[in-house]
Design a protein around this ligand. Structure first.
Ligand code: C2E
Ligand code: MG
Ligand code: MG
Ligand code: MG
Length: 274
């Protein structure tokens, strides 16, 4: 009896100590991230999206990083989950959008700018106005902006209305990581999208049997969407995807995400339209 109780108490003690450490780490991370947004420790890298036939740039996707004061440059996988959990994704996303628009205005050749938008941002009442404001302040025409949303963003009624409103402003919409969510088909018919970004896990099938990839391509084509397979790493994959009918593509084969300062005029100048 005593032993059992003792053991139970011990287990409990260990568990709470562990939880406590976790909670503290999370609180600490939250405060650090909050400060990072205020102090502009976030940086954007840009990865080219190319025309597979012409080999020319069509656009760039903005991808956020955190220049952490002690831990170095952190990728989004290390802080986006915390940002989403704490709601900080809203101010973070706002910063990303404004910064990316300001940067893209200066690009010669006017390639399009693709920006990731989290579901929580779309759920904000003032989101449409915020986007319009970011474009206006940066003097960027709406037709150069593509907002990337995930399948889960298509579920909420209000979010859906906002997507329609954004599209009326001339902004284009991309569905990101397609094939990894679970809303897919019926939602795609209900919401007018422009671009379908095929998740890297399907792109990798390109040189194998690729049954799912072919099905996604066929569906995207029948809906009139521009197909953008992500994560292209080899010439063979690029060839297969081009043969399948994908017009654009993105991946390390064409370029890794780099700071705006490393994008040369040559890279942006010969842009083809979306
Ligand atoms: P994503 O939007 O699907 O972005 C593509 C990711 O794939 C990027 O990772 C990019 O570096 C990586 N990638 C591109 N080509 C290749 C390739 O050939 N091979 C491999 N292995 N990877 C490739 P990154 O930059 O680490 O971003 C990861 C995710 O974080 C993004 O996936 C996006 O979901 C999220 N994210 C990034 N920036 C933002 C942002 O500003 N806001 C929000 N809400 N999410 C963001
Ligand atoms: Mg994306
Ligand atoms: Mg993606
Ligand atoms: Mg992805």
């Amino acid at each position: 009896m005593y032993a059992a109780k003792g053991a139970g108490t011990n287990r409990f003690a260990v568990y709470t100590a562990d939880m406590h450490v976790h909670a503290l780490a999370r609180l600490d991370g939250r405060e650090q991230l909050e400060r990072a947004i205020e102090k502009e420790e976030l940086v954007l890298h840009y990865q080219p999206i190319v025309d597979l036939d012409l080999g020319r740039v069509a656009g760039f996707e903005a991808l956020v990083r955190w220049q952490h004061p002690t831990r170095g440059l952190l990728g989004p996988g290390e802080f986006i989950p915390l940002a989403e959990e704490t709601g900080l994704i809203v101010p973070l996303g706002r910063w990303v959008l404004r910064e990316a628009c300001r940067t893209a205005t200066a690009w010669a050749g006017a390639p399009y700018l693709s920006v990731n938008v989290a579901s929580a941002q779309l759920e904000q009442e003032g989101f449409v106005e915020e986007v319009a404001c970011a474009l206006r302040d940066a003097s960027l025409v709406s037709s150069r902006l593509v907002l990337e949303v995930t399948e889960s963003s298509l579920v909420g009624e209000d979010s859906a209305e906002r997507l329609q409103a954004l599209r009326k402003l001339g902004i284009r919409l991309a569905i990101d990581d397609f094939g990894t969510g679970y809303s897919s088909l019926s939602y795609l018919r209900r919401f007018p999208m422009d671009v379908l970004k095929i998740d890297r896990s399907f792109t990798q099938e390109a040189c194998e049997d690729g049954a799912l990839l072919q099905a996604i391509v066929a569906m995207g084509e029948s809906l009139g969407l521009v197909l953008v397979p992500e994560g292209i790493e080899s010439e063979e994959q690029a060839d297969e995807l081009r043969a399948l009918g994908c017009r654009l593509g993105q991946g390390f084969l064409f370029g890794r995400p780099v700071p705006a300062s490393e994008l040369t005029g040559v890279a942006t100048r010969s842009a083809v339209s979306l």
